[in-house]
Design a protein around this ligand. Structure first.
Ligand code: CAA
Length: 285
């Protein structure tokens, strides 16, 4: 596809990664967050990631400079008016995401496609909270975004095939493999992954094995690149707990209840890599 202008909302772990791969693919990126500090932290991480791409010969020096020139940072939703796509990657709460889309709506062109990187919230429900449900789609990237190949492309009930087609082309242009998944809680990825992580937390709580033992079983026995508890630390224990709650409340099935140990660790602020402590200690570098 031709170079597009992509608005990325949220400069955190997922947002800065999405912006990075969009720039690397030749798109213009308008990166929005609520404060200058947040947006600049995100931009610095993107610039560091692009420098790594040069080291690894994924980009030439010229491409690197051009990619940085294509990045604009802002804290004003009106500055995203030129975007053909908006990809939202803010806090995983319906109320937060819907307010973001409502703030952008008056500034964006009617043909602009709105995409959410939600990992479990209903696309149909998010879409219905905007004035453009036909042009609303889920684009679910994976952490670390520059490395992971998958994007789940999730149409809501009112999403048109044209919207799905354009969003799929955007994901593919960024070197990702889009997989179409229908709008059900947790889609496919988190419907399968999160119960595994949650069950690993139950195994730890019940003393079936220690954290390293549980992770080794899955790494050495199932060839997973990371054990489920290590992965929970990468994703964030709060995110894992919140996704289990979405599954539990959506299906009303007790098999999705969050493990009490997971709940307790979240209550303690042990959220994984981002707070320095989760199932493992992550000393600050
Ligand atoms: N951020 C950015 N890049 C990272 C990274 C991170 N946190 N961790 C590793 N990388 C990069 C490295 O820089 C390296 O890239 P280069 O080509 O530039 O060298 C590359 O990944 C490979 O890294 P390593 O060789 O150091 O390490 P590895 O081979 O052990 O791979 C891994 C690291 C890619 C993270 C691998 O362990 C893995 O695939 N783990 C599973 C990750 C996973 O399951 N992610 C999905 C989480 S679920 C989700 O995101 C969705 C949701 O809704 C919750």
């Amino acid at each position: 596809m031709e170079s597009a202008t992509v608005g990325v909302v949220g400069a955190g772990q997922m947002g800065h990664g999405i912006a990075h791969v969009m720039l690397r693919a030749g798109h213009k990126v308008l990166l929005l967050d609520t404060t200058r500090a947040l947006v600049e932290t995100g931009a610095n991480r993107i610039i560091k990631g692009l420098a790594r791409d040069v080291e690894k010969a994924r980009l030439t020096n010229d491409q690197h400079r051009q990619a940085i020139d294509r990045l604009t940072t802002t804290t004003a939703p009106a500055d995203l008016a030129a975007a053909e796509f908006i990809i939202e990657a803010v806090t995983e709460r319906f109320e937060v995401k819907s307010v973001v889309f409502q703030a952008l709506e008056p500034h964006c062109r009617p043909e602009t496609i709105f995409a959410s990187n939600t990992s479990s919230i209903s696309i149909t429900r998010l879409a219905a909270a905007t004035a453009r449900p036909a042009k609303f789609v889920g684009l679910h990237f994976f952490n670390p975004v520059p490395v992971m190949k998958l994007v789940e492309v999730v149409p809501g009930l009112q999403t048109t095939p044209q919207t799905v087609e354009k969003a799929t082309a955007l994901a593919a242009s960024a070197g990702k493999t889009p997989v179409h998944v229908n709008d059900f809680p947790g889609f496919v990825s988190n419907r399968v992954l999160m119960p595994m992580i949650n069950e690993a937390a139950f195994c730890l709580m019940e003393g079936v094995a220690d954290a390293a033992g549980i992770d080794n079983v899955m790494k050495l026995g199932m060839n997973h690149p990371m054990g489920p508890l290590e992965l929970a630390d990468l994703i964030g224990l709060d995110v894992c707990r919140d996704i289990m709650l979405v599954l539990y409340e959506s299906f009303r099935d007790s098999k999705y209840r969050p493990c009490p140990l997971l709940e307790k660790m979240v209550a303690a602020g042990w959220l994984g890599q981002k707070t320095g402590r989760g199932f493992y200690a992550h000393p600050r570098k």
